[in-house]
Design a protein around this ligand. Structure first.
Ligand code: CS2
Ligand code: MN
Length: 357
């Protein structure tokens, strides 16, 4: 596995590249141009600026997370043509800079959804929390406002400038069924995958987080059957996955170890993290350690090891520990601990394999 860390960019992240570089076994960052609005072409000069900055520290920019998809593409509006063309130009520009994998998601309106960004844990750390009842009862606009008022950070997709359009978006999505979303995704993939292939960039969709419908919005990348269906929409290795154990793991019915074994050849990017689930549908993000959550991280890493996985991996969200003030889920310390846990597992599987040969 090739270990990388998500980094939000110079001046836009609390974490410095020279600290990322000190985490054992890290070879690159998952990055994005966060100031380019979804749907616009990523300018070559800006891409090269990041490349130069990151490579200065001996790290690579092989993986982009994410090139976000404009809502008009997900809604299937005629204006999607313009946005798909921009997406294609972005792929070409990224290929020129040597990018190998593009992570994206197809969740309407919001990216990951939580009800608390800094929920206190018994040990004094804080973590991202999802309270099922609260989501069911809340008006999304009010919830978003409440969360943004309580924190200097927002969740991706919850940026204040998008909030004003929120009611309109919800109105537009009322007409969009899950089947519509499938066909809008297929339309996008049929246009984009051939270009990605030509440019040797692997497209890697991220599952929905949580993997079920929130606020009545359709969500489709949620479980094994739907991932099978997704992979057949365009049956080509360039149409692949970012398999996120934490997102899929919020639903205890998802057997992620089996998914790793089944989809291995189509997984281009692995997000590995743990989450503790409760019977009422609540969940909280925990340390990466298997014992701390409900997801069997040992077995998942074993499945990657057994299938000879050589793609990119990153620890996903972490808790906020040791008083660190970071973007929600993206502190340095707990993610670094997560990386060491993943390496610990991986290296011992390696050793056992060699010894038994
Ligand atoms: C999240 C997402 O779980 C995750 O990795 O932090 O924001 C993720 O980056 C996007 O859904 C991918 O497009
Ligand atoms: Mn993830």
């Amino acid at each position: 596995m090739r270990m990388i860390v998500r980094w939000f960019g110079k001046g836009n992240d609390t974490i410095e590249l020279d600290h990322i570089k000190q985490i054992p076994g890290v070879e690159g960052v998952a990055w994005a141009l966060h100031d380019v609005p979804a749907g616009e072409e990523w300018p070559e000069e800006k891409i090269l600026e990041v490349k130069k900055e990151v490579e200065n520290y001996g790290l690579n920019i092989d993986v982009v997370e994410s090139v976000n998809i404009h809502e008009d593409i997900k809604l299937g509006l005629p204006s999607r043509e313009k946005y798909i063309n921009n997406y294609i130009k972005t792929i070409e520009n990224l290929a020129k800079a040597g990018v190998k994998v593009i992570c994206y998601n197809f969740m309407p309106v919001f990216d990951w959804t939580r009800t608390e960004l800094f929920k206190g844990m018994e040990d004094g750390s804080t973590a991202l929390f999802f309270e099922n009842e609260k989501i069911k009862e809340s008006d999304p606009v009010e919830l978003v406002e409440m969360i943004s008022n309580n924190s200097s950070f927002t969740m991706p997709g919850w940026e204040p400038e998008r909030l004003e359009h929120l009611s309109k978006l919800f109105e537009q999505y009322k007409q969009v069924t899950e089947e519509d979303l499938w066909s809008n995704l297929q339309y996008f993939l049929e246009r984009v995958i051939p270009v990605a292939k030509e440019n040797n960039i692997k497209m890697a969709i991220h599952p929905d987080d949580p993997p079920w419908s929130v606020f009545g919005l359709p969500r489709i990348i949620t479980n094994r059957e739907n991932i099978q269906r997704f992979l057949k929409l365009v049956d080509d290795p360039y149409n692949g996955l970012t398999l996120c154990s934490g997102s899929l793991g919020a639903n205890p019915n998802n057997d992620i170890t089996n998914m790793v074994r089944e989809f291995s050849a189509r997984i281009h990017f692995a997000h590995i993290r743990n989450v503790k689930t409760y019977d009422n549908g609540d969940f909280i993000e925990t340390s990466h350690r298997t014992k701390d959550g409900s997801v069997d991280i040992n077995n998942i890493v074993k499945a990657y090891h057994d299938t000879g996985f050589s793609g990119y991996v990153r620890p996903d969200h972490g808790r906020h520990i040791w008083g660190e003030n970071s973007r929600p889920g993206y502190g340095l310390y707990d993610r670094a601990l997560g990386i060491m846990y993943l390496w610990g597992l991986w290296d011992s599987f390696d050793r056992f394999k060699k010894e038994s040969q």
